[in-house]
Design a protein around this ligand. Structure first.
Ligand SMILES: *[C@@H]1O[C@H](CO)[C@@H](O)[C@H](O)[C@H]1NC(C)=O
Ligand SMILES: *[C@@H]1O[C@H](CO)[C@@H](O)[C@H](O)[C@H]1NC(C)=O
Ligand SMILES: *[C@@H]1O[C@H](CO)[C@@H](O)[C@H](O)[C@H]1NC(C)=O
Ligand SMILES: *[C@@H]1O[C@H](CO)[C@@H](O)[C@H](O)[C@H]1NC(C)=O
Length: 379
């Protein structure tokens, strides 16, 4: 009888020390983005349709802190554009959206339905981009991730009205485009809107609030600068970023250098075979970098650990030592990864002040749990 709690504690502590890759933050209350809503108000949408879109967008964004707040950086600004054959800015990014019983109300600000049946998403996109260029870039929120959400019922535009070139330019600036297609009985519209959206950000009107919130949280999970690569597998993005450094260094120098590279950065960890594979692929495409690099492995009192920003974690189930490694030799107290042509990637232990090599640093992604200040990085 008395044994049960003890067994549970035992199981729990094993799980708790098992190294786990950091996940992207998932707290909508801490969303920090600059967003422009782009809503098609051409005749076919109807006023009921606009009201439904408004309430859906309100449900999506209501948990977030909207506006700016000097004592809280994790806030989201929302601008609004409606369009038909041309576009109208209904709300600037600094618009003070009020909440009623905790719910945002977008509808009163939205231009009413137009008598115009033409609808060119190009002009909506262009107006949204102009808002971001003039009110977000160059402002004290230039380091906030930017996003355009397009809600449209029809997809029109070829030649000079084609939205694709504008969308390409928007995305090249790092602005994400999410589309929600309100199809009026034809799926073609959904497929066509997907041509302007960023990968994975094309939705239909029946997408759930939760699905779209998850997409926003994913957009809000990004690396501090273009030198960092976000760790992703085909199935998931993680909340860690890695950066290869091609400067031959000892492990000790590499460790120090990683600690100064960014806030809370450290030598990279390889908790899983997928992570090892991801890192080696990036190393391969890095100029002047051999397939060998220092990682955050170190030995203390005979045990191997991964160096982490909040202490160290034991090397878990995944170990990838080369044949005859780790060597028990006292001097070889830190670890690096290496790959001979044709062989799989392996780890070996080396002397911290002797063997030089490039190295790979790691840091937490910027996300709803981790606000990244503009004072770091190469924005
Ligand atoms: C937008 O379209 C309306 C109706 O066609 C027109 O009156 C207005 O001048 C247009 N605005 C711009 C900026 O082109
Ligand atoms: C926004 O509006 C609310 C309520 O209307 C008001 O209390 C608040 O002071 C306004 N905030 C700003 C920054 O103007
Ligand atoms: C790694 O670098 C940090 C920052 O300079 C330092 O505090 C830490 O002791 C180093 N770790 C090792 C094992 O040398
Ligand atoms: C650095 O990280 C700490 C802890 O995660 C955080 O509190 C702080 O705001 C970060 N500073 C910057 C400038 O990003």
């Amino acid at each position: 009888m008395n044994n049960l709690p003890l067994i549970l504690i035992g199981v729990y502590s094993i799980l708790a020390t098992f190294p786990v890759e950091r996940k992207c933050g998932s707290n909508m209350e801490n969303l920090w983005l600059d967003v422009v809503l782009v809503v098609d108000n051409s005749e076919g949408m109807t006023n009921d349709g606009l009201a439904a879109i408004s309430s859906k967008l309100a449900s999506i964004f209501s948990p977030a802190q909207i506006g700016t707040n000097p004592s809280n950086s994790k806030t989201t600004r929302i601008g609004m554009v409606t369009y038909n054959s041309n576009a109208t800015v209904d709300a600037h990014l600094n618009h003070n959206w009020s909440k009623n019983d905790g719910m945002l109300d977008f509808y009163p600000m939205m231009s009413k339905i137009s008598e115009d049946s033409t609808s060119f998403v190009k002009y909506g996109l262009q107006a949204a981009q102009d808002l971001l260029l003039s009110e977000s870039y160059g402002s004290d929120r230039s380091h906030y991730k930017k996003m355009i959400i397009v809600c449209a019922s029809t997809y029109k535009g070829t030649g000079k009205d084609d939205p694709v070139p504008v969308a390409i330019g928007v995305k090249a600036r790092g602005i994400k485009i999410l589309t929600i297609a309100y199809d009026q009985g034809n799926n073609k519209n959904v497929e066509e809107l997907a041509r302007i959206s960023s990968p994975g950000l094309s939705f239909k009107q029946d997408a759930s609030i939760k699905q779209i919130q998850e997409a926003l949280l994913e957009v809000n999970c990004f690396c501090p600068s273009t030198k960092w690569h976000q760790y992703r597998t085909p199935y998931q993005s993680y909340g860690t970023c890695i950066q290869p450094v091609n400067l031959p260094s000892t492990w000790t120098a590499a460790n120090n250098s990683c600690h100064y590279l960014w806030n809370n950065s450290y030598l990279a960890s390889e908790f899983t075979p997928e992570k090892s594979q991801f890192i080696i692929e990036i190393v391969k495409t890095t100029d002047k970098m051999d397939d060998a690099y220092h990682i955050g492995l170190l030995r203390i009192d005979g045990e191997w650990y991964w160096d982490q920003p909040c202490g160290r974690v034991s090397v878990g189930n995944y170990e990838n030592w080369a044949y005859n490694f780790p060597s028990q030799s006292e001097d070889l107290s830190v670890g690096m990864a290496f790959k001979a042509i044709g062989d799989p990637l392996k780890w070996k232990n080396v002397e911290p002040l002797w063997q030089t090599s490039g190295y790979v640093c790691e840091t937490a992604a910027c996300d709803t749990d981790n606000y990244c200040d503009a004072s770091f990085g190469d924005y």
